[in-house]
Ligand binder design. Structure first.
Ligand code: T46
Length: 149
């Protein structure tokens, strides 16, 4: 399966880019396949998804020490804010063929969920609360020192 990666912002924000997944479409509809080590650049150890989201209730507000993830809005839309400690950018997810790759040590916030948003996330590790950095000042200090904790 061919995947096309492209950056849509300057490389001052590291470890975050969109991956455009190939869609296999025919008269019955669209099909997108995600494969560990194929069009997903890590071994997938966990998948989770969010539903029942509200436009005025943001989520996230943390970074991960080691975790890599790909977020896909399989329905609806939402806006991500990504921050590497030096620069802050935003990305809208509104296409189920677009995955937002988020490397480690990237602060993320999710805003402006559409009512029909289904946000699916592929993760490189099992859930581990110790991998989270939930305090922004701590994140900034670690990022400035080139550390993950
Ligand atoms: C991320 C963004 C995009 C679990 O028990 N297992 C899990 O796999 C996950 C993801 C969460 N949880 C628990 C931890 C909390 O008690 O579910 C609760 C809600 O998690 P959290 O407040 O971290 O959810 P978000 O939407 O702020 O963040 C989530 C992911 O946690 C995070 O890794 O990058 O989505």
């Amino acid at each position: 399966m061919v995947s096309i990666c492209f950056r849509w912002w300057t490389p001052d924000v590291l470890s975050a880019e969109t991956i455009e997944f190939q869609s296999i479409g025919d008269s019955r509809g669209e099909l997108v396949a995600l494969e560990s080590g194929g069009n997903v650049p890590f071994a997938i150890r966990r998948v989770y998804y969010m539903t029942g989201l509200s436009p005025d209730i943001p989520r996230g507000f943390h970074a991960h020490r080691k975790l890599e993830q790909i977020a896909v809005c399989v329905a609806g839309s939402c806006r991500f804010i990504l921050d590497d400690g030096r620069a802050r950018k935003q990305a809208w997810l509104r296409n189920p063929r677009h995955g937002l790759y988020i490397g480690n040590m990237i602060w993320r916030e999710m805003h402006d969920f559409s009512r029909d948003c289904v946000l699916m996330v592929l993760a490189s590790e099992l859930y581990d609360e110790a991998d989270y950095i939930r305090d922004y000042d701590t994140f900034r200090s670690l990022a400035a020192a080139g550390m993950s904790g």
